[in-house]
Design a protein around this ligand. Structure first.
Ligand code: OGA
Ligand code: MN
Length: 304
């Protein structure tokens, strides 16, 4: 039997789990335990994985195939790999380990993570979990905040729950980037390579509870007039971001956070990003293979 301990971190969701040796090969029994804890808590904090890209990827692949970041050949030549190309680099560091300046394209993308989103909702392939491992973390700020959208769904008035039934939202990588983050023009070619996708607005999550599937990439509701759609999405986001739904994680080096992208939202919070070093690395897994990057054909690291 595997011995472990679970402590709740928030009244509605999120737990920390202690007692697993994360560096050892994970057994089928341990996989089942983590799957069950994730289905219940949606966000899980684990500690004690000896930081290495190989160990991180091995652990992540026990739960599903990796969603790969865009390939290096598609990135501007100034963006060299600091870490394994199979992991997302969620740091403010350059390939040589120095802090990236304000005018670096990655600064814009990092700031984009400060809007509530769920990873890769603009992909047709369903993203299952993200597994974010902390190497270096600032003393001040730079928490990551999480929302359980099952709890948000439960809190909706019954008539709103009925209204949402059967609705689909369009998730678009370009909408929000063109508006706030990307800066440059979005070409027809970019739109063709990464077209908007549709997802159910309400999903059944791993433990059977209904969850809202929203966030910054959800641009509009299919077939709904723009004003009505904007008003509905804002209303849902306003409710979701009420403080009572938020768990805010203060990072410590060595923390491994796993979240279920299908029933949570998250965002980074601000910090002194041009002075304090922050080195986090993310493995993202899909529900099914193949291991691929849907944004691989695109320029830049536009896939966070
Ligand atoms: C991510 C992300 C937020 C943060 O890694 O997907 O959104 O706090 N991170 O770095
Ligand atoms: Mn993210």
């Amino acid at each position: 039997m595997t011995d472990y301990q679970v402590n709740k971190l928030h009244p509605l969701f999120a737990a920390e789990m202690l007692g697993f040796d994360l560096d050892a090969a994970i057994s089928p029994e341990q996989v089942d335990i983590v799957e069950a804890l994730m289905a219940e808590h949606a966000v899980l904090v684990l500690r004690g994985l000896r930081p290495s890209d190989e160990g991180h990827m091995r652990f992540a692949r026990s739960f599903g195939p990796l969603e790969l970041p865009p390939k290096m050949s598609d990135r501007p030549s100034t963006l060299k790999y600091r870490i394994s190309p199979e992991l997302y680099d969620i740091s403010n560091l350059d390939a040589d380990g120095t802090i990236i300046p304000p005018d670096d394209p990655r600064t814009k993308f990092n700031l984009g993570n400060e809007r509530f989103h769920t990873d890769s909702s603009f992909n047709a392939l369903p993203s299952k979990w993200s597994l974010l491992l902390a190497y270096e973390t600032p003393e001040e700020g730079a928490n990551t905040e999480f929302i359980d959208t099952r709890a948000v769904f439960d809190a909706l008035p019954e008539e709103m729950k009925k209204r949402l039934e059967g609705l689909k939202a369009v998730h678009d990588l370009w909408g929000v980037r063109a508006k706030y983050e990307y800066g440059g023009a979005v070409s027809e070619e970019m739109k063709r390579l990464m077209p908007p996708v549709e997802h159910d607005l309400v999903r059944i999550s791993a433990n059977g509870r209904k969850a809202l599937y929203i966030g910054k990439h959800a641009s509009h509701i299919t077939g709904m007039d723009e004003k009505e759609s904007d008003a509905l999405l804002s209303e849902l986001m306003d409710l979701a971001t009420e403080p009572r739904f938020i768990y805010s994680h203060k990072w410590r080096p060595g923390d491994l956070l796993i979240w279920d992208n299908r029933c949570t939202l998250h965002r980074g919070t601000t910090f002194n990003r041009f002075k304090d070093r922050r080195d986090l690395r993310r493995a993202t897994i899909n529900e099914s293979g193949p291991e691929t990057s849907s944004t691989g054909a695109l320029m830049s690291n536009a896939a966070q």
